[in-house]
Design a protein around this ligand. Structure first.
Ligand code: ATP
Ligand code: PAF
Ligand code: BAL
Length: 282
């Protein structure tokens, strides 16, 4: 496995492999890697000839500068995990390498990027599209892998690929959870033991709501989730929305769609966690 810090070095390595017809899989990450990332990486290693994993804490997607400063950075441990997964290249550029000058491009995929995370993290998806489109231009992958934990991000990236006509396949990967149900997230590292205990109520509530939804309306299910989160001390609900999984627009009735997803964001102390659950998918 090679750890590469510049665009030029990465492209030099990849150009030789591409001439040989090798298919390149890309897994974009912000590091502090865990088993959720590893599932994306292993899938890429299985499905492609060459896998590139980018590790870059992208400043342009952080609307909250405190969140950016506190974001965990663990490149040495990340490289060990990636080496064990048989990754070929780790791309870990500096901020100056990616943004030698400010990126003034603006991306708008309304209404996909104006709801939920888009409403609460202004500019976030613009920053995500800036970095992901740059990575696609640099690596020119055959496939790129993203987790369904960031459900809205995946929908927006799919739309960006459609509109910008990137010639690649986006592969969405299921959420990986701790044994007790908590969705794995790099930000979990910032939870105290007590906060970790409270955070468990997020996935527990979502799972309960899945059974509840079978014989209750959308608005009753919505209320049940809101009440359960609000009843847990130490948790603060930012939003819970039951949406059509393709349009990300709120639904009022289960019969409105064949793809219904509940997306939630909760503050657990200072740490902002996201999760989601599929109620219906055909
Ligand atoms: N538990 C998980 N299951 C599946 N995919 C995941 C999981 N956690 C992260 N991913 C995916 O890994 C990729 C990189 O995510 P990122 O580096 O932001 O990690 P993260 O754990 O989501 O961190 P954060 O604390 O920012 O939520 C994204 O496509 C994300 O959806
Ligand atoms: C896709 C991504 C790596 C872009 O910085 C990030 O948003 C993430 O980790 O989900
Ligand atoms: N996993 C999404 C990256 C972020 O929260 O900025």
């Amino acid at each position: 496995m090679k750890v590469i810090h510049t665009i030029k070095d990465l492209q030099t390595e990849l150009s030789v492999l591409k001439v040989l017809g090798k298919k390149v899989g890309l897994v974009p990450t912000m590091g502090a890697l865990h088993a959720g990332h590893a599932s994306l990486v292993k899938r890429s290693v299985n499905e492609n000839d060459v896998t590139v994993v980018s590790v870059f804490v992208n400043p342009t997607q952080f609307n909250d500068k405190n969140d950016l400063v506190k974001y965990p950075r663990t490149l040495d441990a990340d490289c060990k995990l990636l080496d064990a997964c048989e990754v070929n290249f780790v791309f870990a550029p500096s901020v100056e390498e990616i943004y030698p000058k400010p990126d003034t491009r603006s991306f708008s995929y309304a209404p996909l990027d104006t709801v939920m995370e888009g409403a609460f993290r202004p500019g976030h998806f613009n920053g995500v599209c800036q970095i992901v489109s740059k990575l696609f231009d640099i690596v020119k992958p055959y496939r790129a892998y993203f987790g369904e934990k960031d459900f809205q991000q995946l929908a927006i990236i799919r739309e960006m690929v459609r509109q910008m006509k990137f010639d690649l396949e986006i592969v969405g990967c299921p959420i990986v959870r701790e044994e007790d149900g908590l969705a794995l997230s790099s930000r979990n590292a910032r939870l105290s033991a007590a906060e970790r205990e409270n955070a468990l109520n997020i996935s527990r509530t979502l799972f309960k709501s899945l059974t509840f939804a079978a014989d209750h309306s959308v608005s009753e299910t919505q209320q049940m989730v809101e009440d359960a989160i609000n009843a847990t001390s130490g948790l603060r609900l930012e939003y819970f929305e039951i949406v059509d999984g393709n349009t990300l627009q709120k639904i009022g009735d289960w019969n409105e769609t064949s793809y219904a997803v509940g997306c939630i964001t909760v503050f657990c102390g200072e740490v902002r966690l996201i999760d989601n659950i599929k109620y219906k998918e055909v």
